[in-house]
Design a protein around this ligand. Structure first.
Ligand SMILES: [Zn+2]
Length: 561
């Protein structure tokens, strides 16, 4: 059995960057770990046991190349471009510091915009290593206070594991293989249902619960569930390195050190997506789907898939390794049953129409279209080239269930991942007078309503979605609401929300003067600070809330002195 390959094949500057926060470093997330719909592209640094407001320092000298303020994604974020070809990113910040904060505030008022991306001139905001740049927070799509820290290749925007740059991190714990999955690669099964046949074997000591697996001859592949921690009671980390050996031959390698900008979402075919969507269980595939173009698999034979012949034995070994070189491994044998004929792929059913639905074979490398016509309304779905990860037997049908007496369409099902948006085109047969109040709604597997706002083009309503599943058309006539307003001195705060299509815009004015507000969709809290220069005797602010269907509400509120 060979030794695990050395992890670092390229050299990176190991003395240039420093940790962006002071004190001992603990992580709540690491590079390349699996998140919902993306690979994690940096390190999540724990801030003062989960508090906001921890000072954040420039990791190296350079200049501020970009400032983001958003209610989603990285929230408030700073990008520093360094002379050595790398860019550092600091995300989910509460507040910028010093000149960066002054410049951003001035731009908010100059542009009268609460959310934007700024690209300051290279000479404007220079920093030295260790300069205070911001305070940590929980803004944007963050699930708890921490600092998201990233190192990118400036030219390509590829994210790199920051630990490749010599940042020291204490790691006391070994990774651990918990479970092995055997996937039966029977193509007809997969294409018809979108799910591979699979069996799960729990770990038992150095082996798995069944030492020898006896299977019908055919095509198979492996998957695994594993875990790693930095220390006892710490957060779960992803594992960058794995190797799968069969009969002393390495057939699959996973090596996650660099993440291309367009590949983040491809996590959905790196893991067994249906298992995650249906059972909330994460199994990493030790093989590669046809539409998987990630470059995480440097040494792979037959995409990691294995042909098992009758009467033959296959010695399988899986070895995993964390960044601190701690390892774990597991060994077992797979036997091909004698006397069984191979369990081989069958060709899927071709396109057909049934009473309620249509079926068609869809391909990852083609533009695919499917249409369901009806007496009152029709729905057409377009899935462009590059959106599917594998060949799928696709179907679309009218559900027997309805939502508020409206038709629900089953567009395949939510256990099939998509890499990018699909287009849904809804065409009613009769003229309607409120088309701009339409909203396409996706029903999640838990029954939650997710608006997928679209546009009316004169005869059809066109929406985009990044998931398959159940959809229906609803009408949003209700304006957003505001509750719990409070205002004193220069501060004001309120709860704001919308019933269906979602808040699109919050605008606040004092007389005719635009006032900067912050809004956090996680808590529905809107807040702001009135600049001293605008304060008068009577400070009544006007708050205008608009949803994605254009419904607006206006509130006048007095701020106490
Ligand atoms: Zn993060």
């Amino acid at each position: 059995m060979g030794k695990v390959e050395p992890a670092k094949t390229k050299t990176y500057p190991t003395r240039f960057f420093a940790w962006p926060v002071k004190g001992e470093i603990d992580l709540t997330g690491n590079f390349g770990e699996i998140r919902t719909n993306h690979f994690h592209s940096g390190l999540d640094i724990r801030t003062n046991r989960g508090q906001v407001g921890v000072p954040v320092y420039a990791s190296g000298e350079g200049y501020i190349t970009r400032i983001n303020v958003s209610t989603t994604g990285y929230g408030k974020a700073v990008y520093i471009c360094h002379p050595n070809g790398y860019t550092t990113v600091y995300g989910h910040l509460m507040l910028f510091a010093g000149e960066i904060q002054a410049y951003t505030l001035q731009q908010h008022y100059a542009q009268k915009r609460a959310q934007f991306e700024l690209y300051p001139d290279t000479n404007l905001l220079k920093v030295k290593r260790g300069d205070l740049i911001a305070y940590s927070g929980n803004t944007g799509g963050s699930a708890g206070p921490h600092l998201h820290f990233e190192i990118r290749d400036t030219k390509t925007s590829d994210a790199l594991n920051p630990l490749l740059f010599g940042l020291k991190l204490k790691d006391y714990a070994k990774p651990f293989i918990k479970e092995i999955t055997l996937f039966g690669l029977d193509a007809s099964n997969r294409i018809l249902t979108g799910t591979y046949r699979q069996s799960h074997f729990l770990r038992k000591g150095k082996n798995i619960s069944k030492h020898n697996l006896v299977v019908s001859p055919g095509n198979y592949a492996f998957g695994a569930d594993w875990a790693d921690y930095l220390h006892e009671g710490g957060f779960r980390m992803g594992i960058p390195y794995a190797e799968l050996w069969v009969n002393n031959q390495k057939i699959f390698t996973q090596k996650i050190e660099r993440l291309a900008f367009n590949d983040w979402r491809m996590v959905n075919c790196h893991l067994d997506y249906p298992m995650q969507e249906i059972k909330n269980k994460r199994i990493i595939k030790l093989f590669r789907d046809d539409g998987n173009t990630l470059d995480f698999y440097p040494e792979t034979i037959n995409k990691g898939k294995l042909r098992i012949e009758a009467g033959k034995t296959y010695q399988v070994k899986l070895r995993i390794k964390d960044f601190a070189e701690h390892q774990d491994s597991i060994e077992f044998a797979v036997l091909g049953k004698i006397g069984n004929s191979p369990d081989d792929p069958k060709e899927a059913v071709l396109s057909m129409q049934t009473e309620n639905g249509v079926h068609n074979k869809f391909y990852p490398n083609k533009n695919n279209e499917i249409e369901l016509k009806g007496e009152l309304e029709g729905l057409k779905v377009i899935i462009p080239k590059g959106v599917l990860y594998d060949t799928i037997h696709f179907y679309m049908a009218k559900s027997k269930q309805t939502q508020n007496e409206k038709t629900i369409w089953e567009v395949m099902n939510s256990s099939i991942p998509v890499h990018d948006s699909l287009t849904l085109i809804y065409t009613p047969k009769q003229a309607i007078n409120i088309p701009h109040h339409y909203v396409m709604v996706r029903l999640s597997s838990s029954g939650a309503k997710k608006p997928e706002p679209g546009k009316w083009n004169g005869e059809s309503y066109i929406a985009k979605a990044k998931m398959l599943g159940q959809f229906y058309i609803d009408v949003d006539m209700e304006a957003p609401i505001m509750t719990n307003f409070s205002g004193k001195g220069v501060k004001f705060q309120a709860m704001v929300s919308d019933n269906l299509s979602g808040l699109k815009e919050i605008r606040v004015f004092l007389d005719d003067q635009w006032i900067l507000t912050e809004y956090d969709p996680k808590t529905n809290i809107m807040s702001g600070l009135i600049p001293d220069v605008y304060l008068k005797e009577d400070n009544t602010i006007r708050i205008i809330l608009t949803d994605n269907c254009g419904n607006s509400s206006v509130f006048n509120q007095t701020i106490q002195r």
